[in-house]
Structure formats: C-alpha cells, structure tokens
Design a protein around this ligand. Structure first.
Ligand code: AMP
Length: 142
C-alpha cells in the first residue's frame, strides 16, 4: 500500500473505533481509545489511537498532538503500574517501509523488564483469557 493513499475508513482500527469488531479496551474518551495488541511483543502491550481519522505521523493536526500524547502518557503510566514494568517503550511504525501495517495512527506502549527480550512485532497471537486479565489489570490502574 502506498503511503500517499488517503485514509481508508475500512481499516481494522477504524472498525474497532466504530464498535464493529471487539477489542480488549483499557481506556476511552473523546480524544483517544486504548486497547491491547492481540499479537503483543510483551505482556500488557497496549495501542493508543486517536479518534481522528488520521493515517500516520505526518497527517495528525498540530493541535491534536498535545491532547493525544497526554492520553498516551496516562495509559503508559497505568500499563507500567499494572504490569509491574521496569521501563516502557513507546513506538510508532510509520509507512509501510517503516513497518506500519494498520493505517490509522497508533502508538505502541510496550512494557519492559531488565533481561526480558521483546517478542517479534506482529507475530504471536496471545490467548484471549490472558488479554482479558491484562486489560482488567490496566483498567484498574487508571
Ligand atoms: P503496526 O505494525 O505498527 O501498524 O501495528 C499494528 C499492530 O496492530 C500490530 O502490533 C498488531 O499486532 C496489532 N493488531 C492488528 N489487529 C489487531 C486487532 N484486531 N486488535 C488489536 N491489535 C491488533
């Protein structure tokens, strides 16, 4: 897919935003939605997406970054606390060549622990029971 293409409203995160497909939701307000990645690179790997229909890094309006990143920080704090993480990686894969596979802007919140390697990006599907339990823990820490 070309990075110059317009926003496609049938992308999977747009469907999640519209409630057409389920997710393990941890946070939602007027600005952002956060839910667990179903192929996590670490336990508690969470995605935060803006409610705006935006493809990627260069499409987000200037004045939308502040409120959006405040939500990312808030959710990252809850993920860190809930998962007992020692550190956090924030990641954003932009454009197909940058590793982006879903073309609705999203920030990955990935918990880190000393000596624990990340699993590969988008490779191993997590069990629904584990995702459900981790989502409950993160919601409780918000
Ligand atoms: P990216 O490669 O940065 O575009 O990230 C897309 C991420 O979305 C990957 O880490 C996938 O594991 C994740 N993903 C894809 N479909 C879903 C879904 N239905 N629910 C939750 N996460 C998803």
């Amino acid at each position: 897919m070309s990075d110059k293409e317009p926003y496609q409203p049938d992308n999977i995160f747009a469907k999640i935003l519209r409630g057409e497909i389920p997710c393990h939701r941890v946070f939602e307000d007027d600005t952002a939605l956060a839910f667990l990645d179903i192929l996590p690179q670490a336990d508690g790997h969470t995605l935060v997406i803006p409610k705006l229909a935006v493809r990627g890094l260069f499409d987000m309006p200037d004045d939308a970054w502040g409120p959006f990143m405040q939500r990312v920080q808030k959710v990252a704090s809850a993920v860190k606390k809930a998962m007992g993480a020692e550190g956090i990686n924030l990641r954003q894969f932009d454009g197909a060549a940058g590793g982006q596979t879903v073309f609705h802007l999203h920030v990955h919140i990935i918990p880190r622990w000393e000596g624990v390697a990340l699993r590969r990006h988008g490779e191993l599907m997590e069990k629904p029971d584990i995702l459900k339990a981790n989502a409950e823990k993160i919601r409780a820490a918000l």
